[in-house]
Design a protein around this ligand. Structure first.
Ligand SMILES: Cc1ncc(COP(=O)(O)O)c(C=O)c1O
Length: 384
């Protein structure tokens, strides 16, 4: 009996295999220093946890409206005014099950099977794999070191025909690279001029090291903007994200989300009301200060080990490094480094199926002690 669809035969997210191998190692009583997980090592802010406790005691926690609690949508809309000085209406905001849920909804609402969507390589693999599962043709533009790891409007001019969509992340995963506000604006204008949907993944906003981030809606409300409480707000497991949806996609998104999920997790929605306040922000900005310290420690330590071919680590909490002098099989290399040293690292092949066999991604979202200890163990391996 055939019980498996062709569409499900997408690539595995290999970092998940690294995380499984790390868990196995821990279960065997051996230690792991993780530079692999793309998530904060801290719980949700205290104010959020208090709000969750209160909601458990006082709210029914039944379904909300499919697009999410109006109070949370208003809170998020107000946050755009604070951060970017733009006026966002409560009806522009749709609450989703993580930003992952937002991407699936946008892909289904905006693209048909056979449409073409453009993204950067290296890039976040779930875009590619989810689009492929939906029958959408993915064109990956080579955004390696030769172009500073940036996808620009000039590259879109080179395409033979305008795509249905372009996805861009800034700060990006795996590189951490931030596009200049004018680069985002140019992409947004190009997409408007060519009737292309720009999907701007802004889930790492709030985590940057001196460079300004910008919101695609500062230029065009025809773009779709995606956000999440996973990264800056340190709430990955709460599975809560949102998007700013262009007016013509509001109703299609609402129809799909009502059918597919009914609504995003409701306890998380109530808790997230406290995630955008001053109290949470003070706590979260202290995490960002620690990431900045970790980044400096890691950059210095890697330079001492001759690892200097790296993408501009402007934001997020990643360093994406070329290790072509060490291997041309990053997956096996990461497996053997984990076995030998207990340091978990993500293989670049997840993010770039062409040149990622010679790259790795290191996350510095853990403690500074973890980063220092991992460097000490990696030194003999990197300088071998
Ligand atoms: C660039 C990027 N977009 C989206 C996601 C999905 O995050 P979530 O579904 O937790 O919001 C991730 C997770 O690592 C990511 O790195």
């Amino acid at each position: 009996m055939r019980n498996e669809s062709t569409r499900s035969s997408v690539e595995m997210f290999h970092v998940m295999d690294v995380l499984a191998a790390s868990a196995q190692r821990v279960a065997e009583g051996r230690d792991v220093l993780s530079l692999a997980a793309g998530q904060p090592s801290t719980p949700a802010p205290a104010a959020v946890r208090a709000a969750a406790h209160a909601a458990l005691d006082t709210e029914i926690l039944g379904y909300t409206e499919s697009v999410g609690l109006a109070s949370l949508r208003a809170t998020i809309a107000a946050d755009y005014a604070r951060r970017y000085g733009i006026s966002v209406d409560v009806d522009d905001v749709v609450i989703t099950t993580g930003s992952s849920g937002a991407f699936t909804l946008l892909f289904l609402a905006a693209f048909d099977a056979g449409d073409t969507v453009v993204m950067a390589r290296p890039g976040y693999p779930a875009y590619r794999n989810t689009l492929s599962a939906l029958g959408v043709r993915v064109v990956e533009l080579d955004c390696g070191p030769q172009v500073g790891y940036r996808l620009t409007a000039a590259m879109l001019d080179e395409l033979t025909e305008p795509p249905a969509g372009v996805i861009v992340a800034s700060p990006a995963n795996p590189t951490g690279t931030i596009l200049h506000p004018e680069e985002i604006a140019e992409l947004a204008r190009w997409c408007d001029d060519h009737d292309t949907l720009l999907i701007s993944d802004e889930i790492y906003h709030g985590i940057s090291y001196g460079r300004a981030t910008s919101c695609a809606w500062e230029t065009s409300r025809q773009a779709a903007v995606v956000g999440s409480v996973s990264k800056y707000h340190s709430m990955t497991g709460w599975r809560l994200g949102w998007m700013l949806v262009p007016a013509h996609l509001r109703r299609p998104v609402e129809r799909l989300t009502a059918n597919m999920t009914i609504c995003a997790p409701v306890i998380s929605q109530y808790a997230a009301l406290a995630a955008f306040g001053d109290e949470a922000r003070t706590e979260l900005d202290a995490h960002v200060a620690r990431y900045a310290t970790n980044r400096a420690v890691l950059l210095e330590g890697l330079a001492d080990c001759w690892l200097t071919e790296i993408a501009p680590p402007d934001g997020a909490f990643y360093i994406y490094a070329d290790i072509s002098h060490l291997t041309d099989d990053s997956l096996s290399w990461c497996e053997s480094v984990l076995a030998e040293t207990g340091v978990a690292i993500a293989p670049g092949v997840d993010f770039d199926t062409v040149t990622g066999h010679q790259t790795i991604r290191m996350s510095f979202a853990g403690s500074t002690e973890t980063v220092r200890a991992a460097l000490a163990r990696l030194e003999p391996v990197l300088t071998r």
